[in-house]
Every structure is written in structure tokens, then in C-alpha cells.
Design a protein around this ligand. Structure first.
Ligand SMILES: Nc1ncnc2c1ncn2[C@@H]1O[C@H](COP(=O)(O)OP(=O)(O)OP(=O)(O)O)[C@@H](O)[C@H]1O
Length: 293
């Protein structure tokens, strides 16, 4: 298959009277790791389930490699959608569950799955419903990674995993992506742990797309500036201020928006101090109630 290309145009999803996704357009192309960021209830799971063809858009279109995801079953085979499952009635042993599901996936690598099972220490002789929450997550993540689908979606797949298991997950995502490039989309609202994975991010807020950006570009647009209140106010006038703090005559602002190098240089020469803003801080302020990017 050629490199994946997903194009959403004016996509809206209504369920009953609820308008869950509103007029979303984006263009994702190539093998890369993409972060889908949004606060609780922003619509991450819903958007991903539309991408995985679980829901058809009420309005608008969603195409993969120029074909409608809902009209072509062969496309759905290229997509793996991993989310937290309760597995309340899953009486198979973990080994059978994984082997059965892997057998339906064209690129499934059983040796790699065995490697992940070992790293996560999943007790494969236990019945799935009896596994701990963290082990259920590890099992689904193992299926998602070892399936090596051209489009692999993890919807907050770390839920239930403890910190060491999450660390293994992040390491394996990166390592396996480098060896077998594909499009991997990870949704999260725990950004600080995962920010270094994302080459691109989609940020959604209240069912609408706030932005689609290359992560590096996004990070260069956010900057914290500190100096005397007078100088900081003069510099920040007309800019998008995400946050401000004053202590005595010293002021610090977080600003978002593109700047020229010359502008930055002049500000530094006038005595202002520039610092980076972490992706998580940018996310928090950009998605705040009333924030307008
Ligand atoms: N079947 C449904 N019927 C009605 N409303 C729904 C349905 N599914 C989701 N919603 C609503 O749509 C909104 C988005 O839900 P969604 O689960 O996509 O958010 P999320 O960003 O994944 O949230 P979280 O981070 O809390 O998991 C929520 O307000 C939710 O209550």
C-alpha cells in the first residue's frame, strides 16, 4: 500500500440531538506519529471511531487514499483501532484471544507479539476477563503494535497501565515505528509523557478542530517572555497572550503566534528573556474556556 493519506472535509457527527463533531477538516499524510489532543469530552474517541469506520459522518466526507472509508471494506482492514476494553465477558485465555485476533491481520508479527508479552509480563494463561486493568491494556496494545496496520490508532491506550508499563509502550511505539514506518495516531490528554513522540498534532476542543500543526512549528510559536512590566507589555501588545503573571515590577507572559527572528533578537537586546513553553502548557492554555487561538 502507498503511504496513507486521510482527508476529512467538513466532517460533522450528530448522535440524536447531540452535535458531537462539528465541521472538522484535516489532511493527514505519510507515515508519522500523530497526537490527537483534547480535554475530557472534546470528542477524541468519537473522532477516532469515525476514522476507524465505526460511525459514518452525518455531514461531510472522510477519505483514505481518495476512497471513502465507509464504502470500501478493504480500507477498514488497513486500520487498527485500539481502545480500553472492559472484557467483562471475554472468557478466552489471553493467548487464544491474541492469536485469534492476530490471525485476521495481514501484517501480524507473532514473534514481535511474543516479545511484547514478555516485556509487559502478560500472564497469557489467564482468562482475559480475569486480567488486571493494566494487563488488559497491555494485551490490546500488544495486538495493536504487532498487527502493524498501515493506520494504527491508540485511543488513550495507556489507561490502566502503571508508569513502567507506559514507558515500555512509548519505547515500543517509537522503536517499532522506526523499523516499520506507518501512520500511528495516539489520543491523549496526558501530554507531558508523550510529547516527544508526536511529529504532528491535531488539537480538538468541544467537537471542533482547533488546529493541525507540525509539533516543532507549534512549539516555536509558543514562547514565554519575562522582563520589566513596561517592556513586556510593549512587546506583547497585539499578540495572543495565553497567560500572564506579575511579581513586583517583573512580568512574565506566555504568547502564541509566529514571530520573526529579527523581532525576537530586538526583544532580547532590549533586555527581555525568552523561554520555551512545553506542549502540555500550550495545550492547557489553547484549550482553555474562552481561549481563542
Ligand atoms: N453515543 C453517544 N450519544 C450521545 N453523546 C455521546 C455519545 N458518544 C459520545 N457522546 C458525547 O460526545 C462528547 C465527546 O465524547 P468523547 O468520548 O468522544 O470525548 P473524549 O475526548 O474521548 O473524552 P475523554 O478524554 O473524557 O475520554 C461527550 O460529551 C460525550 O458525552
Amino acid at each position: 500500500m502507498s503511504e496513507p493519506h486521510i482527508k476529512a472535509e467538513n466532517l460533522s457527527l450528530h448522535i440524536g440531538k447531540n452535535r458531537i463533531l462539528n465541521d472538522i477538516s484535516f489532511d493527514l499524510s505519510g507515515n508519522k506519529i500523530i497526537g490527537l489532543l483534547g480535554r475530557n469530552s472534546a470528542g477524541k474517541t468519537t473522532l477516532l471511531s469515525v476514522l476507524a469506520a465505526y460511525h459514518s459522518p452525518t455531514i461531510g466526507t472522510l477519505k483514505m487514499n481518495n476512497r471513502d472509508i465507509f464504502e470500501d471494506a478493504s480500507i477498514v482492514e488497513q486500520i487498527s483501532f485500539i481502545k480500553e476494553e472492559s472484557f467483562e465477558y471475554e472468557y478466552d485465555k489471553a493467548k487464544k484471544w491474541l492469536d485469534d485476533r492476530g490471525s485476521f491481520r495481514a501484517n501480524y508479527d507473532a514473534d514481535y507479539a511474543a516479545h511484547l508479552v514478555k516485556r509487559f509480563k502478560i500472564p497469557m494463561n489467564k482468562k482475559v476477563y480475569n486480567l488486571s486493568r493494566g494487563m488488559k491494556s497491555a494485551l490490546t496494545v500488544t495486538l495493536g503494535l504487532a498487527s502493524r496496520c498501515p493506520i494504527t490508532i491508540f485511543d488513550e491506550a495507556y489507561l490502566g497501565m502503571d508508569a513502567p508499563a507506559r514507558e515500555i509502550f512509548y519505547e515500543e511505539v517509537l522503536k517499532d515505528y522506526m523499523e516499520h514506518p506507518r501512520m500511528i495516531i495516539l489520543s491523549t490528554h496526558l501530554i507531558s509523557e508523550m510529547d516527544s513522540l508526536f511529529e504532528e498534532v491535531l488539537i480538538i476542543k468541544e467537537g471542533s478542530l482547533l488546529m493541525q500543526k507540525n509539533t516543532e512549528e507549534l512549539l516555536t510559536e509558543g514562547v514565554s517572555v519575562t522582563g520589566t512590566t513596561e517592556k513586556v507589555d510593549a512587546w506583547a501588545a497585539g499578540k495572543t497572550i495565553l497567560k500572564e503573571q506579575t511579581l513586583g515590577n517583573t512580568k512574565s507572559v506566555m504568547v502564541f503566534g509566529s514571530r520573526t527572528n529579527a523581532e525576537r533578537q530586538a526583544a532580547i537586546e532590549s533586555g527581555l528573556e525568552f523561554g520555551p513553553i512545553a506542549l502540555q502548557d500550550l495545550f492547557i492554555h489553547l484549550t482553555e474556556e474562552g481561549a481563542d487561538s
